[in-house]
Write a protein that binds this ligand. Sequence first.
Ligand code: VG1
Ligand code: CO
Length: 541
Amino acid sequence: MTTYPTTPFDGQKPGTSGLRKKTKVFMQPNFLENFVQATFDAIGGVAGKTLVLGGDGRYFGDSAAQVILKMAAANGAARVIVGQGAWLSTPAASNLIRQRKADGGLILSASHNPGGPDEDFGLKYNMANGGPAPEAVTEAIFARSKVITEFRKLEAPDVNLEMVGESHLGGMTVEVVDPVCDYADLMETIFDFKALRGLFHEGFAMRMDSMCAITGPYAVEIFENRLGAPKGSVVHETPLPDFGGMHPDPNPTWAHELMAEMMGDAAPDFGAASDGDGDRNMILGRGVYVSPSDSIAVLAANAHLVPGYAGGLKGVARSMPTSAAVDRVAAALAIECYETPTGWKFFGNLMDAGRVSLCGEESFGTGSDHVREKDGLWAVLMWLNIIAARGQGVAEIMADHFTRFGRNYYSRHDYEALPSDVANAMLGDLRDRLDGLKGVVVQGLVVESSDEFSYTDPVDGSVSAQQGFRILFEGGSRAVLRLSGTGTEGATLRVYLERYVPGPEGLDADPQDALAPIIAATEEIVGIRARTGRQGPDVIT
Ligand code: VG1
Ligand code: CO
């Protein structure tokens, strides 16, 4: 039997990046099957198609891979290319889809969310361009999930995913590939590996924290094996089903071990961390933390020093809540800067149309058109290549950047697991009051304008409404508020705060101090503490 009757589950609506749920929700009988069949149905079936499959090694990923393989076979797929052990980082999956001209891919990951039987699991569909499915497709998947009556799955023994090579499942070929080598080869085409080898040869010290997640094997191969960084430069390098209990989110709060080392007396020259599925990055120098919004700006300003971008950038793009630091660089380079909603899926059309080369988000995401996902190790290599080319450390590069462009002080405050009704009512009230805020004076700041961000894709004309509230103050400061689309518990409120200081005075303040007036004004306008009963944010980045 290959066709099984089923009934719909509620809530199979993909969020900012795929469907994310508690692992136990995903493990319920038929839950995964329904979502996979809804995906296959929504993309017009998979008969005769080639798919890529892999994930970040988290708990349940290997079993889910077996289910997906049997379903792909029963649905008539021609070939599935799987990373050995069902492993593929998100950028490596994106690369494989493109390189092998596959029709699409399935990525088993909840990204930066913790993993394990009591934590989170996720599944995401990527298109033939290697990028996350756009909203039209995720809406179609959700619509299909609500009316699904059956799914197809081959009855067959599990496929051996531990050995590289080909095997057959029904009429379908399963090709198990080394998850690392194609990606590492791609990096060699972009960066000056010779210069980087020289850097490490001269004793440049780096700490890469893979947080027991998927980038470990990639980072060991690239930094230690190919570039000659000393063994042990990469730590937490073995992917574990529960990430060793770590929260694989590369920010100062969750990557605290690395933070402590980089801020300590014996800090190496350079530090970096990446997330569960390898698409995020955090960059640190000795005693310096680089905010992600600044990182994308620095990469844009220095990209011409990297062989892959020596011809200049076509344009850049950033998500709306990301600071305008990169806008200033784009203006200086006389290239276009696009502002998109949160989520990498909105960059795909711009890259495919040749309008942008570099994209970034404030949430530790940076990438380029070498793939169609953000790419953590790529960002680390960009920084290393720029350090090698300039012969300067992170602190000098940052100071120079601020002197040249001024500084967009920036911070994000997250209030996690709020009751959904409280969060929705708070933002609903804000929506009702938006029009009346213009001209209002709060904490000495004048509201210049306020709106709810709506995006019209310049390539295909599709519209994405309700993408976050913006409160702009006179003088270029702003607060942005939106609800997370990746959480699995209640609602997470994200408050993004920004203030521009042109310099030369005031370029080295503490961001929380520099932003204090904006924080206070936002509190007065929205009443977050009063309405949620929280004393302050759970995570500050
Ligand atoms: C968050 C980030 C967003 C990012 C998304 C997926 O979404 O804010 O910038 O694209 O995660 O990243 P949200 O809706 O929770 O704010 V990942 O590395 O989790 O795939
Ligand atoms: Co991620």
